[in-house]
Write a protein that binds this ligand. Structure first.
Ligand code: UTP
Length: 224
């Protein structure tokens, strides 16, 4: 399978958890060794938001703030890439063309942010679309998609599986309730929907969940 792994900044960077990042690298190697083609997209988390704050303080425009945040995500991507050694491409990809070429070369693709006005969720889906991925695995700070924000509503129910259309509806219903829409960026949902890329949302605090998801075990939420 061709798999795009998305590691949320909220998982590895809020606070920065290098031990977890290392475990992600080991499991990524394992997935590659099992014969899969792999891309990994890392978010910038609190560091990115901190730098967005510095940019604001300096009076930079939103695009400039985003550019700085993208650099933060690329720092995490660089650490991750170096840890993978020769299994990964020589450098963090900064365009979809580079991403495609890296995977063509049989290497593990590693990326952070791509362009202002986005999130790394959207980057992951754009990469998945470009390389015709079979699966996106989103490692989130929540263990799946709920019918409403589980941090606010104790009666929220985790959904084992849902369609792209149902996912869009969950977002519409929860538009004004912070939290739920963050699990997958709405822009990313649009890409997934138009390209019909199967996606699994799992808790990112246990990277082993990815292996279970690949075996088709019932972890998190499957969107297809
Ligand atoms: P991230 O996508 O890095 O957030 O975007 P994250 O920490 O991983 O988020 P979780 O874990 O899913 O919650 C952080 C910010 O960086 C800018 C945007 O401002 C975004 O909100 N960014 C990131 C871009 O402008 N373009 C990108 O391609 C990526």
């Amino acid at each position: 399978m061709r798999i795009v792994i998305r590691i949320g900044g909220s998982v590895i960077a809020n606070p920065i958890n290098i031990e977890l990042l290392g475990r992600y690298a080991d499991i990524t190697k394992q997935i590659k060794a099992e014969g899969h083609e792999v891309a990994v997209i890392l978010g910038g988390g609190a560091l990115a938001r901190q730098f967005i704050g510095y940019g604001k303080e300096l009076g930079l425009d939103v695009t400039a703030q985003d550019e700085v945040a993208i650099s933060c995500s690329r720092l995490f991507a660089q650490l991750f890439l170096k840890r993978l050694g020769s299994l990964a491409c020589g450098k963090v990809a900064t365009s979809l063309d580079e991403a495609k070429q890296c995977m063509r070369d049989g290497k593990i693709l590693v990326m952070g942010g791509l362009m202002p006005g986005n999130t790394t969720d959207t980057v992951a889906t754009l990469v998945a679309e470009r390389v015709h991925a079979d699966l996106v695995v989103k490692n989130s700070d929540q263990d799946g998609v709920y019918n409403k924000d589980p941090r606010k509503y104790p009666d929220a129910v985790k959904l084992d599986k849902l369609s792209f259309e149902e996912l869009s509806k969950v977002f519409e219903q929860n538009e004004h309730k912070a939290g739920i829409h963050q699990i997958i960026d709405p822009e990313a949902v649009k890409v997934l929907r138009r390209s019909h890329i199967k996606t699994v949302v799992v808790s990112g605090f246990k990277p082993e969940n990815m292996l279970a998801a690949l075996k088709g075990e019932n972890v998190g939420t499957v969107i297809s």
